[in-house]
Design a binder for this molecule. Sequence first.
Ligand code: FES
Length: 154
Amino acid sequence: EMDMPRITVNGRATEVDADPATPLIYVLRNDLALNGPKLGCGRAQCGACTVLVDGHAARSCQVKLGDVAGAQQITTLEGLGTPEAPHALQAAFIAEQAAQCGYCTSGMIMQAAALLAERRSGLTEAQVAEALEHNLCRCGTQPRVVRAVMRASR
Ligand code: FES
C-alpha cells in the first residue's frame, strides 16, 4: 500500500486519496470541494484554473498532484480572503464590478495576486494588462479587471 500524497492547501495539510498523476485542479475541486479554480481549457491556455504555488501563479490543470505533494503551499481563491475579510483584490473586483459571467474571475484574481505580491508600487495599467494577457475572458471584462487590479495596488 502506498502512502497517500499529502498537500497543503490554504494553510491546511491534508492527505488525498488520489493518484499522484492526477491534475491538481481535480483534487482541489473534487476531493477538497474548493470550487474557486475553474476548469476551462484544460490545456494551459485560458488561466481559469490559476492558483498560487508558493506564491507563484500556476495553472492547476497542468500541475500534477505529485508535483506539489510535500512542502509547497497551495493557495486558492478561498484561501486569499473570506467574505468577512476579503483580500484587497476581491474587494476591488466587487467595487469595479469586474466580473460578468465570472468563470475567469478566480483565475484573474489569483494571477493578479501573484503580480501584486511581486510588485505593487508604481504599477501601470499596461503592466497589469500584460500580466493578465494570458487569462482569457470571453465577456470582455478586461478593462474593468485592469481597473480593479490598479485599485487593489494602491
Ligand atoms: Fe487550466 Fe485553462 S483550464 S489553463
